[in-house]
Design a binder for this molecule. Structure first.
Ligand code: SF4
Ligand code: SF4
Length: 79
């Protein structure tokens, strides 16, 4: 279980989330930021500071944003 950054991040990317994450598990990808699901401790700090509400707990990610869940896994686990 982890928090997930969804596609609206592509148009913002101010990285407020990176500054507050206590375990440094948020990284910049090719077009948006991603949270490493294996390191996220579910503190919720990133969700609070994201100015556009692009971050959700994985079980609350909207249906149309489910690709964000798989994209985060691919980003961290496919290399
Ligand atoms: S704070 Fe939100 S919009 Fe900004 S980089 Fe993080 S997830 Fe993306
Ligand atoms: S929930 Fe906490 S640990 Fe997980 S990405 Fe957000 S700030 Fe980092």
């Amino acid at each position: 279980m982890a928090f997930v950054i969804t596609s609206p991040c592509m148009h913002e990317q101010a990285a407020d989330c990176v500054d507050v994450c206590p375990v440094d598990c948020i990284e910049k990808g090719p077009d948006q930021f991603f949270i490493d699901p294996s390191r996220c401790i579910e503190c919720g700090m990133c969700e609070v500071v994201c100015p556009i509400g692009a971050i959700y707990q994985d079980f609350e990610v909207p249906e149309e944003e489910q690709t964000s869940v798989s994209r985060a896994k691919e980003f961290f686990f496919s290399s």
